[in-house]
Design a protein around this ligand. Structure first.
Ligand code: ASP
Length: 326
């Protein structure tokens, strides 16, 4: 179970004049909020208020009225669908305030792409939601968090960011949530997109809980058997994402196991382990992408396996056909 802090009522900057745009900042943990413990190990310890203080000072009280909602202090590698449900609900809750012009979510980079795509898919509002974080911890002499948070708040308060869904603002880049992937473990430009610059977004869906939905990711590699598929189904998986090879192909044994899953009515999405390009079902043979597509597997297009898993879970949670979400 993840540590959970209760959502405090928003804390607004004191002494802010009326009529100043309000930005809600939801903090969830991640390296941006980390400090080193006695062993030098990083842990998210910094409060939302302390995280925002230097950034708010840069804007000044006349520019933006900040409202801080400290939701969690998590390493994002431990985030669950239950945590994502809470984040989606928190975003919707802060947007109930008509004075809020935009939302910033501070988040760990390890699973930022998953949370961002979930919030985007359920984002039924024109106002921007901006995810940001850091590669270096809060107490690092060259911490990148304050600059990232400053730019995220700037864009969240900008009218031109309306109506384009959720964005990741990080290392001077502005990247749509759809197709965003963490592409570097340490570089300050942590994210890249594998999708179009302005991806088409499906109609946003009303939030539905993802907690309890089981979608497993099955890796493909030369010689992979069908055992992981069987184990996933035996343990209750309702859908599968395959991290296939190349443009979306798997070997003979894995292809046969996926064929059996599809015959049993289990939705299967084919993604790829290749960093760039779209999935396309062009090859025949037992595990070829065309064969899997003919059996009903859905190509993930430009989405990689992490975001594909969230989109398939959204499909299972809402009853929306998965192909409409990719
Ligand atoms: N492990 C950290 C996290 O995802 C990494 C980061 O934030 O950069 O929470």
């Amino acid at each position: 179970m993840s540590e959970h802090l209760s959502v405090e009522p928003g804390t607004t900057s004191p002494g802010t004049p009326q009529g100043v745009p309000k930005v809600a900042v939801i903090t969830t943990g991640g390296t941006i909020a980390c400090t080193a413990d006695a062993n030098g190990h990083l842990l998210p310890t910094v409060s939302g208020r302390d995280l925002l203080a230097p950034v708010a000072a840069r804007f000044g009280a006349d520019a933006i009225n900040f409202e801080i909602h400290e939701l969690n202090r998590l390493d994002s590698s431990s985030i669950t669908f239950a945590d994502i449900d809470e984040l989606v609900a928190a975003v919707h809750r802060v947007l109930e305030d008509p004075e809020v012009v935009g939302v910033v979510v501070t988040h760990g980079t390890d699973s930022m792409e998953e949370s961002a795509i979930a919030v985007d898919t359920f984002h039924t509002d024109d106002r921007p939601v901006i995810f940001t974080g850091a590669q270096k911890p809060f107490d690092h002499p060259q911490a990148d968090g304050p600059e990232n948070l400053f730019e995220a708040c700037l864009i969240a308060s900008d009218a031109s960011a309306r109506g384009i869904g959720v964005l990741v603002v990080f290392g001077r880049a502005v990247i749509p949530a759809r197709g965003c992937t963490k592409w570097h473990t340490t570089d300050e430009l942590a994210f890249a997109t594998n999708g179009p610059e302005e991806p088409e977004r499906p109609d946003p869906l009303a939030p539905a809980p993802l907690d309890g939905v089981r979608v497993e990711i099955i890796p493909a590699y030369p010689g992979a058997g069908g055992e992981l598929v069987q184990a996933a189904l035996d343990s209750g998986a309702q859908g599968l994402v395959v991290e296939a090879m190349g443009s979306g192909n798997v070997g003979t044994a894995l292809g046969a196991a996926l064929g059996r899953a599809l015959d049993a009515g289990v939705p299967v999405v084919i993604s790829t382990r290749v960093p760039r390009g779209e999935v396309s079902g062009v090859y025949g043979g037992a595990g070829g992408g065309a064969t899997l597509a003919a059996k009903g597997a859905i190509g993930s297009r430009y989405f990689r396996s992490g975001q594909s898993r969230v989109l398939l879970a959204v499909s299972l949670a809402t009853g929306q056909h998965p192909a409409t979400l990719f």
